[in-house]
Design a protein. Structure first.
Ligand code: C5P
Length: 477
């Protein structure tokens, strides 16, 4: 029976049904289906055989526009949301995963439902939302073993300290933890907790345990916490970072999947990222506020597009993008040497905030605080890595891209930089303090090329990376 219309339901009954549906996190239609199924089962007759197989317990409200369901071979992601303040970001994560062609089923712990409702998650997920271990309807339909078995990857975001401990110890007393024990597919955790909890030896022991069990981790990131005045390591990785990490983990097994574009396969991409540290003496250095987030996001996006990626990174506090060769350096001169060694490459993207100057005569011993006047710091110019590579006559990458971090006259400065440095594209951005770009998660780019200027919308650094890699793939196709 495809459908059943029930007429003459009065307003009071409708309101009661609506309340009941909201309480159980189901759509009205699903709630009615659940009531009918329970009634049919109670009569003990065969009515259950006559009605349609039950759907997952929570479905998107019909008014919400959905993308078409992902193709049969699209990655199946089971997202477990546990109870942390970062749970609100998991709704965005569902969208980011679906944007990448994934089909998403959601499991929410009891605590997670204190932060976001199953109905909100159901409006975005295309595979249903599951909350109970012993729900006879969902167990009848899918059940925890099937939920675990049918996923290509289980992503836990946010993963609280408590849930991490459960995973580390193999507890299985609710739907989410039972799935963790039943899953044989890759598992990715995005820890999110207060910095003190993250640093606690117990948490670090649990992290070591799950890592030994081949569980993947993304984040936590460093920055401000939801609690006022709290900062440190413990912020959940951004939804785009988590989505990228999940897709990257799946990639080796799914390279043939049409849903993951491989626009840069057989291409090599060299990327610089982060700040440089220029020594004053063995313990002091000159640095800048670059976090490396933009360069790392570009490295991830390029690797996801199938490129062979070398990332020459200054000192940063970021997780290593999977599938990327990382060369860690400190100073501008080390960065140049590493870049030259990593060539040839088809594309070079210079996102590092390289110090323009270094101390001319860095001390080999710690400079002592003496009675005499303060030691003068004589500066000398660092090599310009972008300009050096862009002006190469031999072995110049086909496409050389630089960034222009400006605090005024953004476009004019970027245009003159494009000419002076001899690169093909400049991504100009305003890094005045009020923009929050330096160290932040969002960026507004103006792409400056010989053909003109294109303004990109304000977006996350991951989205900037995606847009850039898409443009690069088009250019060198
Ligand atoms: O610092 P500036 O605005 O000149 O940086 C513009 C571009 O040049 C950036 O892409 C940066 O990575 C690159 N650069 C470099 N080596 C330097 C200075 C800047 O590669 N010494």
């Amino acid at each position: 029976m495809a459908s059943l219309t029930v007429r003459q339901i009065d307003d009071k009954l409708k309101t009661l049904l609506r309340l009941r549906a909201a309480k159980s996190g189901r759509s009205m239609e699903d709630e009615i289906r659940t009531i009918l199924r329970a009634a049919a089962e109670e009569t003990g007759n065969a009515a259950l055989d006559l009605i349609e197989p039950p759907n997952p317990p929570v479905h998107p409200p019909s008014s919400v526009t959905q993308k078409p369901a992902a193709a049969a071979e699209s990655p199946k992601i089971l997202l477990i949301i546990t109870g942390g303040i970062a749970a609100y970001k998991s709704l965005d994560l569902i969208r980011r995963l679906r944007e990448r062609g994934a089909s998403v089923r959601v499991v929410m712990t009891k605590a997670a439902q204190e932060f976001v409702t199953p109905l909100a998650a159901a409006a975005l997920a295309d595979g249903g939302v599951f909350t109970e271990l012993f729900d006879r309807h969902s167990e009848f339909d899918v059940g925890h073993i099937r939920l675990a078995r049918e996923a290509d990857i289980v992503v836990v975001a946010p993963c609280t300290a408590d849930f991490l401990a459960r995973v580390a110890h193999g507890l299985a007393d609710d739907l989410a933890s039972s799935i963790m024990l039943a899953a044989s597919c890759p598992v990715l955790l995005a820890p999110a907790m207060n910095p003190h909890m993250w640093r606690h030896p117990a948490t670090q022991r649990n992290i070591a345990r799950v890592s030994a069990d081949n569980v993947h981790l993304v984040g936590p990131n460093t920055g401000e916490m939801a609690e006022r005045g709290e900062a440190g390591t413990g912020r959940m990785a951004e939804p785009n970072e988590i989505a990228q990490a999940a897709i990257s983990i799946l990639k080796p097994a799914r390279t043939a999947a049409a849903s993951i574009p491989q626009a840069l396969s057989n291409k090599s991409v060299l990327i610089t990222a982060g700040p440089t540290h220029e020594p004053i003496d063995p313990v002091r250095y000159i640095a800048n506020r670059s976090s490396g987030k933009q360069g790392y996001a570009i490295a991830r996006a390029a690797a996801d597009a199938g490129a062979e990626v070398t990332l020459v990174s200054g000192p940063v506090n970021l997780p290593e993008p999977p599938g990327v060769k990382i060369i860690r350096v400190e100073s501008a001169r080390e960065m140049l040497a590493a870049v030259e060694k990593a060539l040839p490459a088809d594309v070079a993207i210079f996102a590092a905030a390289v110090a323009d100057w270094r101390v001319a005569h860095a001390g080999t011993q710690k400079i002592k605080k003496g009675a005499a006047a303060m030691p003068p710091l004589e500066l000398t110019e660092n090599p310009d890595i972008l300009s050096t590579i862009a002006h190469r006559t031999e072995g110049r990458p086909k496409l050389v891209i630089g960034f222009a971090a400006e605090t005024e006259n953004v476009i004019a400065n970027a245009k003159s930089k494009l000419a002076r440095k001899g690169c093909d594209w400049i991504l100009a951005n305003d890094v005045s303090t009020e923009t929050g770009v330096m160290g932040g998660d969002r960026n507004t780019i103006h792409l400056v090329t010989a053909q003109g200027v294109t303004d990109w919308p304000e977006q996350s650094k991951e989205d900037v990376a995606q847009m850039l890699i898409t443009a690069v793939a088009k250019e060198i196709a």
